[in-house]
Design a protein around this ligand. Sequence first.
Ligand SMILES: [Fe+2]
Length: 233
Amino acid sequence: MLKQIDSHLWVAEQPLKYLGLPVGTRMTVILLSRERLLLISPINIDKETKAQLDLIGKVKFIIAPNLFHHLYLAECQQRYPQAELIATPGLEKKKPNLTIDKIFFRDEISFDSELEYLLFDGFQVLIPPKIVPANEIVFFHPESKTLILTDTIFNFDRNFPLITQLATRVLGCYQYLRPSLLEKIAIQDKEKLKQSIQKIMAWDFQRVIMAHGNIVENNAKEQLKAGYQWFTD
Ligand SMILES: [Fe+2]
C-alpha cells in the first residue's frame, strides 16, 4: 500500500529480515513531470499498490540504488515492461541475468532538475566475513526537500520488534539516524567517505527517507550530520 509523504512523493513498505532480524524494507515512489513514475528500490508490488500506482502515473523508471537491493527487480520489470531499469555500477556483474537498461555514470541519465543523484563513494558494508562496497546512489528530490538513502543510514525505534531493538542498540543505530557499527567497522577510506558526505550535506533537504528504519521529518539534516560524524570519527 502506498503512503503519501509529500505532493509528489510516496513510500510503500513490506516486512523483510536481514541476518535474521526483522528490519522491513521501503520503496520510494516519485512522480516526475509528464506523469512519469520513478521507483527507487522496488519491493514486491501487490495488486493494491499496483492499482494505486496506476492512478498516479506510469512507471517509467525502476531504480536499483545499490548492490544489495535487487530482490524484486525482475518481478517489477515483468509488471512494468515499458519501464527502464537503471542500476548502480557493478550490479550487471553481480546479477548477470537481469536486463539492465542503463547504468549510472556509464550512461546518460538525467531527470533534469526534478531529481539529483550522486554516488556515495567510499561507503562499504561488513557482511561477515567480508567487506564489500555498497556502490549506493543517493537521491535528492528538491521539490519535497527530501534525501533518499537506501542502506547508508538507519533509524530504528520501538516500532520495531524487540529483537531488532536490542540488536540495533548494540549496533549503534537504535533511536539514532546513523549507519550501523557494521558499516563503521568497514570504513577503509575515511577521506573519500567524508567527501561524499560533504556533497550530500550540500543538498537543501529537510526530510530523510531510508529503506530500513523510520523516516525522519524534523531536523533531519542536523541528525544526519551528527550520525555521519559518529560514523567517521
Ligand atoms: Fe537494505
